[in-house]
Design a protein around this ligand. Structure first.
Ligand SMILES: C[S@@+](CC[C@H](N)C(=O)[O-])C[C@H]1O[C@@H](n2cnc3c(N)ncnc32)[C@H](O)[C@@H]1O
Length: 219
């Protein structure tokens, strides 16, 4: 991305909105890694990053089970973020923070290295048309970026209901020397591991398609 475009897109990120004033919303002011103390209360807690958290159902259920974890979620749609914030207020949650940024625009610029123990990617947009594959989140280059932001012994959990994308993700991860499968061959399950809660999209889609679940460990 060239400098001018980057600056233009960053101005969009910073456009004021009422929901962006909420204490659980983190809007980066500069194009540089967010300081740890803006993301987390403690460096010793378990840190989770979710990409495309939608309506936040997975995050909220996770934190109900593990209230001591610290959870950062990236989501671009304001209406979905507002719904999550309502639930955050109702339950008086402080350890779920939302970064309202398009992660295809800014990711490595704003997410600090060596910060997360678990990255969650639930039902990433599948972009089924070949000419749109370049928009898919999981690409070889993204695996390298993820590697840097995950702490030692950290994991990436991915669920998708779209078979061709699942096969592509499997092939990219299996070829990578940066991760090893935490699920034995063929490195996926067709039933959600029970430690992970169900996401809203999953609840809707799994009536029609049986999702694929993967877990990869940083080497
Ligand atoms: C198919 S939905 C899945 C939502 C949620 N993960 C779930 O399973 O219920 C994909 C989500 O990712 C978000 N998303 C897609 N591309 C994004 C991007 N580039 N940056 C931030 N969020 C994105 C969408 O707004 C949407 O909420």
């Amino acid at each position: 991305m060239n400098f001018e475009l980057q600056q233009k897109l960053f101005k969009i990120v910073q456009r004021p909105a009422k929901y962006k004033e909420h204490p659980c919303v983190i809007v980066p002011e500069k194009l540089e890694p967010l300081p740890y103390n803006r993301l987390f209360f403690s460096n010793n807690s378990f840190h989770i990053l979710e990409l495309g958290c939608g309506w936040g159902e997975f995050a909220l259920q996770w934190l109900e089970k593990y209230p001591q974890h610290e959870y950062i979620a990236m989501e671009v749609k304001g209406d979905r973020i507002k719904k999550i914030l309502k639930k955050i207020d109702k339950k008086n949650i402080q350890n779920l923070k939302i970064i309202p940024v398009n992660f295809q625009w800014f990711f490595k610029e704003i997410i600090p290295e060596n910060a997360f123990d678990l990255v969650i990617i639930n039902f990433p947009d599948p972009w089924p048309k070949r000419r749109h594959w370049k928009h898919r989140l999981i690409q070889e280059s993204f695996l390298e970026i993820l590697y840097k932001i995950i702490r030692n012994n950290g994991y990436v959990y991915i669920a998708t209901d779209y078979g061709p994308y699942a096969r592509k993700i499997l092939s990219i991860f299996r070829k990578s020397s940066l991760y090893r499968p935490a699920i034995p061959w063929p490195n996926y399950l067709r039933r959600r591991p029970l430690i992970f809660p169900e996401s809203k999209f999953e609840r809707i889609t799994s009536k029609y398609n049986k999702p694929y679940y993967m877990l990869w460990k940083k080497v």
